[in-house]
Ligand binder design. Structure first.
Ligand code: UDP
Length: 141
């Protein structure tokens, strides 16, 4: 089992619902440790840059509008197979299709406002972590 890091974002809808702690409890319960954390309200430029891979998609503008609509909690999670473990906890992108007991099934309202983001592969995790966290602000333990 590989120890990995993944980038996790609690999106504006879940922050507004006041369920940050409930979501982090799930991460901790699955053995994932928070090794860096930041609460921030993203600028349009930051949100557009983060989701640049989706720039040509029809939902891009709505996605950026949503991501800048309120504060987000951004963390780096570390643990065994952290990337897949985090995505399993999140559930499918569309909460209607997400398995029962996943974060999106329990807290998300729609495919647009779907509570959480998690890196989908080792390469994207490295890029996404570097995007939000300079190396000196990561505390492995
Ligand atoms: N998204 C959307 N409409 C869609 C597909 C995606 O609003 O039809 C948003 C949604 O917030 C999703 C994000 O774009 O979380 C990134 O999409 P991706 O396919 O990477 O899903 P994820 O990895 O977040 O499950």
């Amino acid at each position: 089992m590989a120890i990995e890091r993944t980038l996790s974002i609690i999106k504006p809808d879940a922050v507004a619902k006041n369920v940050i702690g409930q979501i982090y409890s799930r991460f901790e319960g699955a053995g994932l440790k928070i090794v860096a954390a930041r609460m921030t309200q993203l600028s349009r430029a930051e949100a557009e840059g983060f989701y640049a891979v989706h720039a040509a998609r029809p939902f891009f503008k709505d996605l950026v509008d949503f991501m800048v609509s309120g504060p987000v909690m951004i963390t780096v999670l570390e643990g065994e197979n952290a990337i897949a473990a985090h995505r399993d906890l999140m559930g499918a992108t569309d909460p209607k299709k997400a398995e029962k007991g996943t974060i999106r099934a329990d807290f998300a309202d729609s495919i647009d406002a779907n509570a959480v983001h998690g890196s989908d592969a080792a390469e994207t995790a490295a890029v996404e972590i570097a995007y939000y966290f300079p190396a000196l602000n990561v505390y492995s333990r």
